[in-house]
Design a protein around this ligand. Structure first.
Ligand code: GLV
Ligand code: MN
Ligand code: MN
Ligand code: MN
Length: 428
C-alpha cells in the first residue's frame, strides 16, 4: 500500500547502457570546439541546444519540466506524498574550453537514467524525486562558479552583483540570459532562491576527476567533504611603451609584475606544507599583447583550494601582501585585487553517506570514502539541504581536458548506486 513503500530489489535495477552512452555522445556534439574536446559556455547557442536536449530527455522519462529565471532546470517525478521535501539529484552540462564530455554530464544524464531505472523496477517514490541541471557550474563566462546553485542557496550577494556583471565581450549577464530565452525584465533574482525545506536530501553523481578509484580498482567513491575553493582577480598597470626605445631602468612592466606574482602563488601554496593546498594561475592576459610593446596592463586569475579553509585563506593573504610588495618594487599600480569567492568547505550528511554505503553494499560494489578536491554544485546545495556525492572512476583521473573518459560500466554502477540511494531517501 502507499503508506509502506519499499526499496526496489537489487535484481530489478537495470541500466540501459547503450542509450545512456548514446546520449552522452550526442550531448558532446553541442560544442564550440572539435571532438574529442568539448566547449560549452553559458547561454551560448550550444548551451541552449544542450539544454533543449536535456529537457527532451527529461520529458521522455515522464518528468515534469520547469525552469527558473537563470535557467536552472528541474525535472520532477511526483511522489505519493508530494507535499514533503523532495529528494534532488543533478549536476551541470556546461563545459570549460577544451574539456571533455563526462564532467557534469554523467550527473545529469545519469540522474535521468536513474529515474528510468527506478520506473522500470516498479518503484513508487514517497517523496518526489527531482533531477536538476544547474546553470553555469563553471566560471568561464562571468567569472563566478556554481552560479545557479549559489542562487538556489539564496545568495543575495550574487543576485546583486549580477546586475553589474559583464563577460569579456562586454555583454551583460542579463542580456546573455535573455539571448538564451531567460527574460527577466526586473533583473531581480530572489525568485530563484529555494524555499526552505524544498529538498530533504540532495545527491550528485560525478566522475572522480582524480586517479584514486581507478588506481585502487574501486567501483564507487562516497564523498565525505568538498574542499574549499577561492578565486581572486588581479590587475597591474604600468606605463607600457616601445619595446626598443624604453630602456630597462625606465620601465614599469605590468607583465613582469604578473609573472612574479604567479611564481609567488606557487611559493605561498607550497609554504602551507600540506599536499592538500593547491593554487593555479589559469588566466594571465597582457595588454596590449604585442611583441614590441611593453605590457601596460596585466590581468591574472588565481584559483586556490584546500580542505582547510583557514590555511587557504592564509595563502590568499600572503598572495595579497606579495601583490602589494611587487607593485611597490616594480613601480606599477595594483589596480585590482578582488576576491571573487572564498567559499567554506562542505561536509556530506551522515545519513546520506549511510544510504550510499548501504546501496553500494547491496549492489555488491566496492567503495571508498573520500574527499572531493574539485568543487561542485553540491557545495552550495549543502547550504539548503543535507547533501551527498557519489564518485565513479575515470581514466587516469583526467578531467578538464579532452582525454577525460569514464567507461559505461563504471557509469552504470554509479547510476545504480544513485538510483538505490534516491529510492531509500525518498522513503525516509
Ligand atoms: C569546477 O569544475 C572545478 O574547478 O572544480
Ligand atoms: Mn568542471
Ligand atoms: Mn563538474
Ligand atoms: Mn566542478
Amino acid at each position: 500500500s502507499h503508506s509502506c513503500g519499499s526499496d526496489p530489489t537489487v535484481s530489478s535495477l537495470s541500466v540501459n547502457k547503450e542509450t545512456l552512452q548514446k546520449q552522452i555522445d550526442e550531448l558532446s556534439t553541442f560544442s564550440d570546439t572539435p571532438a574529442p574536446s568539448v566547449t560549452r559556455i553559458l547561454y551560448t547557442e550550444k548551451d541552449v541546444l544542450a539544454r533543449r536536449y536535456i529537457k527532451n530527455t527529461m520529458a521522455m522519462s515522464g518528468l515534469t519540466v520547469r525552469e527558473d529565471d537563470v535557467g536552472n532546470l528541474f525535472g520532477r517525478w511526483d511522489g505519493y506524498e508530494p507535499e514533503l521535501g523532495a529528494v534532488g539529484t543533478g549536476s551541470h552540462v556546461d563545459a570549460i574550453p577544451y574539456s571533455g564530455k563526462y564532467d557534469g554530464v554523467v550527473g545529469v544524464l545519469g540522474a535521468i537514467e536513474s529515474i528510468n531505472v527506478l520506473r522500470r523496477s516498479g518503484f513508487k517514490p514517497k517523496r518526489s524525486l527531482e533531477v536538476i541541471l544547474f546553470t553555469s557550474e563553471e566560471p568561464t563566462r562571468f567569472g563566478i562558479s556554481c552560479l545557479g546553485s549559489r542562487l538556489l542557496a539564496g545568495s543575495q550577494t550574487l543576485a546583486n552583483a549580477l546586475k553589474g556583471t559583464f563577460d569579456a565581450q562586454n555583454i551583460s549577464f542579463f542580456d546573455a540570459a535573455r539571448s538564451a530565452g531567460y527574460t527577466n525584465d526586473k533583473e531581480e533574482l530572489s525568485s530563484v532562491f529555494l524555499k526552505k525545506g524544498s529538498y530533504s536530501a540532495f545527491v550528485e553523481l560525478h566522475i572522480e576527476q582524480g586517479p584514486i578509484l581507478e588506481e585502487e580498482g574501486i567501483d564507487i567513491g562516497i564523498v565525505t567533504a568538498i574542499a574549499a575553493p577561492a578565486s581572486v582577480k588581479v590587475d597591474f598597470e604600468g606605463n607600457g611603451g616601445h619595446a626598443g626605445a624604453v630602456l630597462m631602468p625606465n620601465r614599469n612592466d605590468a607583465g613582469l609584475a604578473a609573472a612574479e606574482l604567479a611564481l609567488g602563488v606557487e611559493k605561498h601554496v607550497l609554504e602551507s606544507g600540506s599536499i592538500d593546498t593547491v593554487g593555479t594561475v589559469g588566466v594571465l592576459d597582457l595588454h596590449p599583447g604585442a611583441i614590441n610593446s611593453i605590457p601596460s596592463k596585466a590581468h591574472l586569475e588565481i584559483d586556490t583550494r584546500d580542505i582547510d579553509e583557514a590555511r587557504r585563506n592564509n595563502v590568499i593573504e600572503k598572495v595579497h601582501k606579495s601583490a602589494l610588495a611587487i607593485a611597490e618594487k616594480r613601480k606599477v599600480k595594483l589596480s585590482e585585487f578582488k576576491i571573487v569567492n572564498q567559499d567554506p568547505p562542505a561536509l556530506c550528511d551522515e545519513s546520506i553517506i549511510m544510504s550510499m554505503e548501504a546501496a553500494s553494499k547491496e549492489l555488491e560494489l566496492t567503495y571508498k570514502k573520500m574527499i572531493s578536491r574539485a568543487y561542485h554544485d553540491s557545495l552550495f546545495m549543502a547550504r539548503v539541504s543535507p547533501m551527498g556525492m557519489i564518485f565513479i572512476p575515470c581514466y587516469k583521473g583526467y578531467s578538464h581536458k579532452p582525454e577525460e573518459y569514464a567507461s559505461i560500466e563504471n557509469i552504470a554502477n554509479g547510476v545504480k548506486v544513485l538510483a538505490l540511494t534516491l529510492a531509500k531517501l525518498s522513503l525516509q
